[in-house]
Design a protein around this ligand. Structure first.
Ligand code: ADP
Ligand code: TRP
Length: 343
């Protein structure tokens, strides 16, 4: 079954042709939370006939925290394989690696000169870490400017992101407005954020938000043995097998609800209440649904992750598709700001 076919349409808006743009950081392997919370809804948007999607891997952003080049390459390939596995159509759309278009660095500089210092100092991505300034690099401070350049360089209409990125979109709009104002023309298009409020936070094996940094992930694209181990490690209470259990208070059921059909969920809830059904049974059932529902995605991931050269070709072709758009915007900005000689 295609994971997207049963999903509701998340975003309703009326534009004849819309350019959707989003980036994900190359910060490691993509887990079930990333798939349900970010990849699947973005891909669903990209499948609408009137949308054209620019999705990229934000490898430049990852340098604010990751210094190891080999690891960055691996993370980039893991992210690319996840997008391809989740069904992103790279022929219809534009799929690229941020650093393959160095034009973004030039626009970052121009925009940075329009960014008031306090605005960047107040960005959560910086502020949350600013109590230990000795550990903060200037890249982290500049992070929202680079993100604004990512978006404005391609005249994006809509930017689907999680709630945590809302402020970065506001900064993007502010910077575009400031540059337009200064140049007295509509140089840069102001993008609309599409905040994914509707998507539930996927809990990890310990019940907290699933996150690479908490060590509680379900690696939906990983090998069968690892997936089984992770599902079996979901934390439950110690109610005995024969006793009745509360389905509304169990991590296994919460996860099951996100991936199983309503009939399957009703059956599991019933089993919980009746008793004689252990958490082990429930975890096995969750594992069964995960492996059957995401069978195609898992197969595709295994295919792509072993073909780094082919993925490189896809990313490079994507960059070539993106380049004329980047050049076009950059030329407008250079011209307006008085850079470059006569053409
Ligand atoms: P992580 O927390 O594992 O480092 P990221 O911060 O790289 O994940 O997340 C990338 C995107 O995936 C985020 O924008 C967010 O929308 C989505 N996402 C991450 N974790 C979850 C989750 N547990 N539930 C729903 N969506 C998530
Ligand atoms: N900062 C985003 C995140 O951590 C990733 C990102 C970088 C992005 N550039 C972007 C998202 C441009 C949307 C648009 O999730």
């Amino acid at each position: 079954m295609n994971i997207l076919s049963s999903r509701q349409h998340y975003y309703e808006y009326k534009t004849p042709m819309a350019r959707i743009l989003t980036g994900i950081q190359s910060s490691g392997e993509q887990h079930l939370g990333n798939l349900l919370g970010a990849l699947a809804p973005a891909i669903e948007l990209s499948q609408r006939p009137n949308n054209e999607s620019f999705f990229f891997i934000a490898d430049l952003h990852s340098l604010t925290s990751l210094r190891d080049g080999e690891q960055r390459k691996q993370n980039t390939h893991a992210a690319a394989a996840a997008w391809l596995a989740a069904g992103f159509d790279v022929e219809k759309n534009v799929f690229y690696r941020q650093s393959d278009l160095p034009e973004v660095n030039e626009l970052t500089w121009y925009l940075g000169c329009f960014a008031p210092f306090p605005m960047l100092a107040n960005a959560h991505s910086f502020k949350d870490k600013s109590d230990r300034l000795s550990n903060v690099n200037a890249g982290l401070f500049y992070y929202p400017v680079l993100m604004a350049a990512d978006i404005l360089l391609y005249d994006a209409d809509f930017v689907p992101v999680g709630k945590d990125q809302k402020q970065h979109l506001e900064i993007t709009r502010d910077l575009a407005g400031a540059l337009n104002n200064a140049c007295q023309q509509e140089l840069l298009k102001l993008p609309e954020p599409l905040i994914r409020d509707e998507v539930k936070t996927v809990p990890g094996t310990d019940g907290q938000k699933m996150s690479k940094s908490y060590g509680n992930i379900i690696n939906i694209f990983g090998p069968a043995k690892q997936l089984k181990k992770q599902v079996m490690s979901i934390i439950t209470d110690s109610t005995a097998l024969e006793d009745s259990k509360d389905p509304d208070n169990c991590n296994v059921v919460t996860l099951y609800k996100l991936v199983a059909s309503p009939e399957e969920v009703a059956e599991m809830e019933d089993n919980y209440r009746k008793g004689g059904y252990g958490y082990g049974h429930a975890k096995k059932e969750l594992l069964r649904v995960l492996t059957t529902r995401f069978a195609e995605e898992r197969d595709r991931y295994a295919y792509w992750i072993n073909r780094p050269k082919e993925m490189e070709d896809i990313l490079r072709a994507g960059a070539e598709k993106a380049r004329p758009h980047a050049e076009n915007v950059l030329n407008r900005v250079r011209e307006a700001l008085g850079f470059g000689g006569m053409r």
